[in-house]
Design a protein around this ligand. Structure first.
Ligand code: MRU
Length: 335
């Protein structure tokens, strides 16, 4: 039990999410009563994070099936529309596919059973990631409390529950082995500052928020033992797509000889994508960069490029922790 609200759940025929656009100032539960509402919630990041998007994909198919009934073509069409709401996190397509396959054989009730099973599995996988990641850290660093650095939000709020990168952090913290966590604020949408810091606060884990640009000097000052991040898609060769800024952290970690851990459930592994070059990186609207809150911070006429993710080559990853193993890809990161 934690004092964190459920990220996503099925309640009386609607998909209920905690509206992450409003956190941390307001904790508001939002009921998505139809697929359009859910797609809007996904596109505007009211619900976000790869594993949570997997559950949203599955429950979204249930919503579509409830509306379209026996019209399987319509359900398939709606499922495609849903899967296209965000392109980078493979979990969204995966969740849609799982629920759609169940719908094809067992109708809407089957899709709902599949979505519930997927949601329960997600929490179990994340808890296992937490154990395996913490074991790896103990083998590597012993029983010394660690200074960790994380980026974006790969926690409870990015999953059905527990978190991936933050799952490792909280399991390690439960052994008294986290000194503190540096939280990258994560421009432009501040998932680190708004979500991770709030989540760590609710979990009672000591943390400090830094601007993204401060990570380099924290590392140079010897203040970081390990970087721990999540993933939106891990290609067959181990390249990792994650929130923009992750690649820079991996380069910095390699330069400073710091371990770089990626934590992701098997639902984020994409054997069909050979390498990072084949991953579609979502580009988001200019206003996310041009505005901070309500304030326009760009001079009129300045153009914006706003990629939401980047790709870290496998060789910069010290360890990839999934729900089944902690593996160390061949790497150039000397950590
Ligand atoms: O754009 P977002 O907030 O959906 O991006 C989320 C991330 O990049 C997370 O690090 C990733 O999905 C892993 S979540 C366990």
């Amino acid at each position: 039990m934690t004092n964190l609200p459920p990220t996503i759940e099925w309640v009386d025929g609607v998909v209920r999410i905690v509206d992450q656009r409003l956190l941390p100032t307001e904790v508001v539960l939002l009921d998505c009563i139809d697929l359009d509402a859910l797609i809007e919630a996904i596109a505007t990041l009211a619900v976000r994070g790869a594993p949570a998007l997997g559950a949203a994909g599955a429950y979204g198919v249930v919503l579509a099936a409830g509306r379209a009934g026996d019209d399987a073509d319509q359900v398939r069409h709606e499922a495609r529309r849903l899967a296209e709401a965000r392109p980078t996190a493979v979990n969204l397509q995966w969740g849609v596919d799982r629920a759609l396959a169940a719908y094809e054989t067992d109708g809407a009730a089957g899709a709902l059973r599949a979505a519930h099973a997927l949601a329960a599995d997600d929490v179990a996988m994340n808890e296992r990631i937490g154990q395996l990641g913490s074991q790896w850290l103990r083998a590597r660093f012993g029983d010394r409390p660690l200074r960790m650095l994380t980026h974006c939000n790969a926690g409870h709020l990015a999953t059905v529950g527990y978190g991936t990168a933050i799952g490792v952090i909280r399991t390690h913290a439960s052994h008294g082995l986290v000194e503190h966590v540096w939280v990258d604020e994560t421009r432009p949408l501040l998932q680190g500052a708004r979500l991770t810091a709030w989540e760590l606060g609710r979990l009672g884990i000591c943390h400090r928020v830094i601007v993204d640009a401060a990570a380099a000097s924290c590392m140079a000052d010897g203040e970081v033992d390990v970087v721990i991040v999540g993933a939106d898609r891990v290609a067959a060769n181990g390249d990792v797509a994650n929130k923009i800024g992750t690649y820079g952290l991996a380069v910095l970690a390699a330069h400073h000889g710091i371990a770089f851990m990626v934590a992701a459930p098997s639902s984020t592994l994409d054997a069909a994508t050979p390498d990072g070059g084949a991953i579609v990186v979502e580009t988001r609207p200019a206003h996310e960069v041009a505005r901070i809150g309500d304030r326009l911070v760009l001079a009129e006429g300045s153009d914006v490029y706003n990629p939401a993710f980047d790709v870290t080559p496998a060789k910069l990853v010290t360890v990839l922790v999934t729900d089944s193993a902690a593996t160390e890809p061949s790497r150039t990161n000397p950590a």
